[in-house]
Design a protein around this ligand. Structure first.
Ligand SMILES: [Zn+2]
Length: 71
């Protein structure tokens, strides 16, 4: 059973693949079925499907999840 982690605006995510600017860190700026991320290195913004994002995230650097929703 695959648990899809919830993401919150303001989360900082470390993606497996490095952006051309050299950064691995992306900030969540919009949530939903399609997520909008902003590169922490160059401020470029991209849209990505949540399930696709889930495959690319290596770790969550900073989570904005409310405490009661943490597992
Ligand atoms: Zn970048």
């Amino acid at each position: 059973m695959a648990v899809i982690r919830k993401y919150y605006i303001g989360d900082i995510l470390w993606l497996k693949k490095q952006h051309p600017c050299g950064s691995h860190e992306w900030k969540v700026v919009r949530t939903g079925a399609d997520m909008k991320l902003r590169c922490m290195g160059c401020d470029r913004e991209v849209w990505i499907e949540r399930r696709e994002l889930h495959k690319r995230v290596k770790k969550v650097v900073l989570s904005m999840a409310p405490k009661e929703e943490e597992e």
